[in-house]
Structure formats: structure tokens, C-alpha cells
Design a protein around this ligand. Sequence first.
Ligand SMILES: *Cc1c(COP(=O)(O)O)cnc(C)c1O
Ligand code: SF4
Length: 324
Amino acid sequence: MNTKHYPSVLEEKITPHLRQLIDQGSKAIELQFRGKMEVGLDKFDNDDPLGEESKYSPFKGIVHKFNNRALVKVSYRCAAHCQFCTRARQIGTSEGDLSNEDVERVLGYIALHDEIDDVILSGGDPFVTPIVARQLLDGLVNTQSVKMIRIGTRLPIHSPASFRSEPVKQLLARITEITKTRPLIVLIHVNHPDELSTEVVEAIKVLKSTGALLMTQTVFLNNINDNVEALFKLFTSAYHLGIIPYYIYHCDSVRGLEHFVVSIEKEQQIVTELRCRLSGIAMPTHVIDVPGKGKIDVPLGFWSSVDLSSCSDYEGTIIDLKNL
Ligand SMILES: *Cc1c(COP(=O)(O)O)cnc(C)c1O
Ligand code: SF4
């Protein structure tokens, strides 16, 4: 367990676009972004349950947890602050900013570790620091062993207007160059159909015109999207826009987030019902990012006698899911 203590308040940060959707009556967006996150000591008394800093980060900017995949934290900056952020302890600070030397060190590590064929630019939001993101992309396309690049972003949802700004347009142009010769995946974090406003759909079309494969990532959130109708609409709409649903996560056990967490039993019930209704390709995989190693698939409810109180991680360690 990580005993380090970070400043534990995530300040409210919201964009004009999100504020407008809240003003138009979206509770789902209000609950995700409004207010600062009050943090106390509670049963989720762990601010790094996935061991990102303590165990799998050789140095600043990189998490190398799975043999063939590396995750690059491009910064800790996002256009808006999701109140349930897994990295709430860091988001909005400058401590994750990468200098030129940091970028070179990250790229050097990836080149040296030629078992890494899949690199994920994450953060923070790489689209919020497009110049650093471009530097990293340039290095990665010139690294022989790297065969797949993914970029995780929530900027189309937070601030669709940014897709008309010059720095983001330059990043999009670079992505367009890259996709002429190789695949690149953009993972869009989206949690509720209210987020797919007209402006957001326009930004997604711009992103899609780069030739990148678009996929979604979603977090189950209590009172926000923990119902079949909202998620059915979300994944159907995404699918119709040409975005392939990838993961739906159980909310991580990070200190201060417990009121967002949905029970695994309820999640399983919802996901099972979605399986009955969604096109197969519109169906995301339901996972728990366990403290230990791995994203563990939650079994669907079609099987009798499956015990959801514990599971094992990729190394066979038993994880008690009742005391995450
Ligand atoms: C999620 C994650 C990955 C990617 O996992 P996939 O299951 O391949 O999408 C890679 N590294 C870290 C640290 C992660 O958390
Ligand atoms: S976009 Fe992702 S990293 Fe940024 S605040 Fe939201 S959950 Fe955290």
C-alpha cells in the first residue's frame, strides 16, 4: 500500500461547453464535473491502488506494467476535471509536465525495451498538450519495435471547440500523416449519452477524418450511468458514429471516490442485459482494474454459480473484491 500523501482536493475545472450542457439540464454531466472533490480518510484509504508510481514506473512519464505495452503519461493536465478521476491526486498539477529530456528518456526506454510493441499516450489528456504529444508521436513512429500507438483523450467531450484550435489541428495533421502508413487508435473517454452533443459529434467527425480508429472507454458511475437505458443509448450512438466500444470499467478504488462506485453485482446485471440488446460490435468488455496485475474481465450473468466476491489477477494472486 502506498503511504505517500498528496494534496487531496481536486478543484473544480469545467469548460463553457460542459457548463452549457449543465445549464440545459444534464444531471449526468453536472454530477461528473460540478464541485470540488472532498477527500477524507475512509475505507478507500489508498491513493495509488494500481501501483502506478510505486511499482511499475521506472521513471517519470512512463508506466510499464504489461510486457508488450507501455503507458506514457503525457501530462497531468485535462481541459476539465472529472470528479471520479483515478489520478485525482495528480490531475491539474504541473508535476507531470514532461521536459524535452523527459520525452527523450521515455522514448529511449521504449526503444531499448523492444518487447514493447503497443504504446498508449495517456495522462492527463495528450490533446491538451499537443506539442509534447507530437514530439512523442514523432519518436514512436521512428521506433521499429513499436507497431501500435493509442491515444486516450476526453477533449472532444470536454471541449469540442478545441478541435478548431491551431495546436490541436497540427496534432490532427500529424495523426493523419501517421495513419497513411499504419494504424493508430484514439480512445475516447465517454460515460453518458448527454455527452454526445451536436458540437461533440462534429469534433468526433474531425477526429475520425484523420483515419484513426476510434474506440470508447467508459467508467460505471453511481447515479450517472448505472442503468441499461443510458448505456444502451451511449454504445448504440457511439457505434453509429463509427466508434467501437472498448472497455467499461468498474470505478477504481481511489481514496475519495466511493460515492461514485457501483456494486459489481449491479454492473454485471446491467452489462448482461446490454449483451442481450446491443449489436455485438457495440458491446464493450466489462473489466476491473484490480490492485495487483491486470484488467480482469467480469463474467456475464449467463452462468450459474459464479462467485463475484473474489478473482485472481494475471499472476494468480487472489484479489478480495469486497475489500478493494
Ligand atoms: C490499461 C493499461 C494498459 C493497456 O491495457 P489493454 O488491456 O491492452 O488495453 C497498459 N498499461 C497500463 C499501465 C494500463 O493500465
Ligand atoms: S479526462 Fe481522464 S485523466 Fe482527465 S480528469 Fe477526466 S478521468 Fe481524469
